[in-house]
Design a binder for this molecule. Structure first.
Ligand code: SAM
Length: 209
């Protein structure tokens, strides 16, 4: 029997309940469908953005929406050794635990406040997480809150959600009110075997480095 494919419906998700059920069902085959069959490029691209932003290997990183851990594995391969992860889906978190890339892993809804102190992390990554029915663009404020002043947030997202417009509006707002500056943005591969491209955006939180 053919394995069910989930990517074709990824951009039609709307509610938290739908998204949670979707990833709980997809977890077992996510790495094969996204990583192997569609050659997911964002984990490596986002890791490269962190490295070129000057984030050192020992910096404490929070990988928000870490999923099954493809993003954390790429960070670990890039030399990072202090990576925590959080996600909505327990099944995805369990797989992330199996990778060995993460220290602390915990369940969290990024559209709500995180139980994390201001500035607890030196950097954060959000790889494939800002999207339809996933994390709203305004959750960027909460991700910035848990990063220290001068710290880096790297966001990797697909063209479909970029074209929806809320992310570019949020980036403009964040810059206009002085919360962070966009240090780098680059268009390129997202899921190349599916013909989907996307953006990598690097923000530096305002304040002392
Ligand atoms: C496309 S996967 C990306 C996972 C991983 N970062 C990667 O690059 O493979 C999106 C992840 O976002 C998580 N997610 C969706 N909505 C979320 C929310 N509101 N809060 C936290 N995680 C969420 C899903 O459970 C899923 O694991």
């Amino acid at each position: 029997m053919a394995t069910e494919k989930f990517l074709p419906t990824a951009y039609g998700l709307e509610t938290k309940a739908e998204t949670l059920a979707y990833y709980e069902a997809w977890a077992a085959t996510y790495d094969t469908e996204i990583g192997d069959e569609n050659r997911y490029a964002q984990p490596e691209r986002c890791t490269h953005a962190l490295v070129t932003s000057g984030v050192g290997p020992g910096v404490r990183i929070l990988d928000v929406g870490c999923g099954s851990g493809l993003s954390g594995v790429a960070l670990a391969r890039g030399g990072y050794s202090s990576i925590d992860g959080c996600d909505l889906s327990p099944a995805m978190l369990a797989l992330a635990g199996d990778t060995g890339a993460y220290g602390h892993l915990f369940e969290a809804d990024l559209n709500e406040d995180l139980d994390i102190a201001d500035g607890a992390y030196g950097a954060a990554t959000a790889v494939g997480v800002f999207s339809f029915g996933h994390i709203r663009a305004d959750a960027l404020r909460e991700v910035l809150r848990v990063v220290r002043p001068g710290g880096i947030v790297v966001v990797g997202l697909n063209d479909h959600f970029w074209d929806e417009g809320s992310m570019s509006a949020e980036l403009d707002a964040v810059e206009a009110d002085g919360a962070a500056t966009v240090a780098f943005r680059e268009h390129g591969e997202h899921l190349p075997a599916a013909g989907i491209e996307g953006w990598v955006i690097t923000l530096r939180k305002t304040g002392a480095s």
